[in-house]
Design a protein. Structure first.
Length: 293
């Protein structure tokens, strides 16, 4: 027993063991087999942070006044106005019915999910070890989990399909799949051999349009999800590497502290920028769903 414990401690102190421990999810299998697996840490953190943001906005809105605003109200109004201006420049319909509130929700939620990357990983690990033991794992950054970013991107993708069919009608949407962006073939009287070949091959435009749209529909959720995941996962790994560098010797404490401070400052921009980009792509995709080619 003592030998096994010593081996576990030694494994935890190795660089690979340190990184594997901090990048491991608290995964629980649902039913038999490992196909349905719930990442408890991702789910709990996402729901809890979403409720916290909703609660904070609700408290500010409940105390809002038409007179001199408080600092909290002024900040929330600033964020609301900023998001509304971005949506207004892209979507030209009734933005307040759905698009602007969705953009605000996406931006605030993704922003707080990304911000969990500023929590020191060893503090999180210490709290989890206190309640769940030394072998317990917990990822505090939900957007460094590919399941989270794909779930968000697929939700936006489904909304995009819903509005495309709602605005254009089912047959209008199907027509657009096969008629845009290259147009439909036209009947004409060929005047040469090449014209005759063009007339015979013109129905291939339907196939080209469908292939183009199919690639577009597949690439949108992929790029939407992977961009956010890649940036947040890379940021988490860099923080871990800087922490290991500082722990490798006294001589490296000062350089790693300087680099860590610099990376933290730069990461503030990344956290906010990735939330903004995710929100903007959401607005662009939903706006495109309301337009016809």
């Amino acid at each position: 027993m003592a030998t096994e414990h010593a081996g576990n401690v030694q494994q935890a102190l190795t660089p690979s063991g340190y990184i594997e421990h901090h990048l491991a999810f608290n995964a629980q299998s649902l039913g038999e087999g490992a196909f349905w697996t719930l990442h408890v840490d991702t789910f709990v953190m996402s729901v809890a942070l979403g409720l916290i943001v909703m609660g904070l906005v609700w408290l500010v809105a409940r105390k809002a006044t038409s007179g001199v605003p408080t600092k909290g109200q002024a900040f929330v109004e600033l964020v609301f106005g900023f998001i509304d201006d971005q949506v207004k420049n892209i979507f030209h319909g009734n933005r307040h019915a759905f698009i602007a509130p969705t953009a605000l929700t996406v931006f605030l939620w993704v922003l707080v999910l990304n911000s969990m990357d500023f929590l020191p990983v060893d503090w999180v690990a210490g709290i989890v070890a206190f309640f769940g033991g030394h072998h317990a794992t917990w990822r505090a950054v939900p957007t460094s989990d590919i399941n989270t970013t794909f779930a968000l991107a697929l939700a936006v993708w489904l909304l995009m399909l819903f509005f495309s069919i709602k605005v254009k009608g089912l047959f209008g949407w199907i027509h657009e799949l096969f008629a845009a962006p290259f147009g439909t073939p036209k009947l004409f009287v060929p005047k040469s051999v090449m014209g005759f070949i063009g007339l015979i091959a013109s129905p291939l435009l339907f196939l080209a349009n469908f292939a183009f749209n199919l690639i577009e529909y597949i690439s949108k959720p992929l790029s939407h999800a992977l961009r956010l995941f890649g940036n947040m996962y890379a940021g988490e790994v860099i923080f871990l590497l800087l922490g290991m560098w500082a722990a490798s010797g006294v001589a490296w404490i000062l350089p790693s502290a300087i680099l860590g401070a610099g990376w933290s400052i730069f990461h503030i921009l990344i956290v906010a920028l990735q939330a903004f980009i995710f929100m903007m792509l959401t607005v662009v995709y939903l706006a495109m769903a309301h337009e016809s080619h």
